[in-house]
Design a binder for this molecule. Structure first.
Ligand SMILES: C[S@@+](CC[C@H](N)C(=O)[O-])C[C@H]1O[C@@H](n2cnc3c(N)ncnc32)[C@H](O)[C@@H]1O
Length: 226
């Protein structure tokens, strides 16, 4: 896979990343993500980003919200390593990276109500019809995510929410369809960019900045747990 990440630059994930192989066996029970962070931060709420890429969202948002813990889950090893090394270089004590399959990990390893919020920016669109079923944003995954999230706090939009953005118009139609299928358990809200997004940006992630130049349009929504 071409990642655009130089192999010559040494990267060090120590203290800021872990890989699936290092996880305890499933039989040992749920993982409390807060235990991955320094002890003095373990009382803080945890937010999870699925498919973090190079970790740009985390690098920008985590310093603005030191009262939250951020776990980024990335499948592609070069991106995972880059994001973990980046968190280390920036000394982001409230960021941890995991190299794993995001949907698999959260469903198998996390306890009910253990995540305050999910971030999901530019998930792979799997555009060929025969591959559509691989799309992560779908009813089959949105339903189990519901139990993992803390209950929403009235008047706020950062607990019990899933925040998703895509640049792919057909995937956007699919997302709206699947959001409609889970309206018994989620309320759909207009998308609001995170504080770290620049003027006119949806997220300010690497992917967005790269494709914005091409003039791509973006769409997003927030699903709040009912
Ligand atoms: C289009 S990129 C977007 C990256 C980043 N969110 C951004 O906006 O710059 C999608 C990312 O999701 C990752 N990804 C795809 N499937 C995944 C999975 N099942 N678990 C974790 N990451 C995944 C890919 O490796 C890729 O880095």
């Amino acid at each position: 896979m071409a990642t655009g990440i130089s192999r010559r630059v040494p990267m060090d994930e120590t203290g800021f990343g872990r890989r699936h192989e290092a996880l305890p066996p499933l039989e040992e029970g749920f993982i409390d993500l807060r235990t991955w962070f320094p002890e003095d931060l373990r009382h803080l709420p945890v937010e999870v980003e699925l498919g973090s890429g190079r970790g740009t969202f985390l690098a920008q948002q985590a310093p603005l919200e030191p009262n939250k813990l951020f776990v980024g889950i990335e499948w592609a090893a070069p991106y995972y390593r880059y994001a973990a090394d980046r968190a280390r270089r920036l000394k982001l004590r409230n960021v941890q990276m995991l190299r794993d399959d995001g949907p698999m990990f959260v469903q198998k390893y996390l306890a009910d109500k253990s995540v305050a919020q999910f971030h999901w920016y530019f998930p792979d669109p799997w555009p060929k019809p025969k591959h559509n079923r691989r799309r992560t944003f779908q009813e089959n995954f949105l339903r189990p995510l519901h139990r993992l999230m803390a209950d929403p706090v009235p008047g706020t939009c950062d607990t019990g929410c899933i925040r998703v953005v895509t640049d792919h118009l057909e995937y956007w139609d699919w997302m709206q369809d699947h959001a409609g299928r889970v309206k018994d358990i989620y309320e759909r809200l207009p998308y609001v960019p995170p504080a770290s997004a620049g003027a006119g940006e949806w997220v300010g992630s690497n992917f967005e900045r790269k494709y914005r130049i091409e003039g791509r349009t973006f769409n997003g929504m927030i699903l709040r747990k009912k």
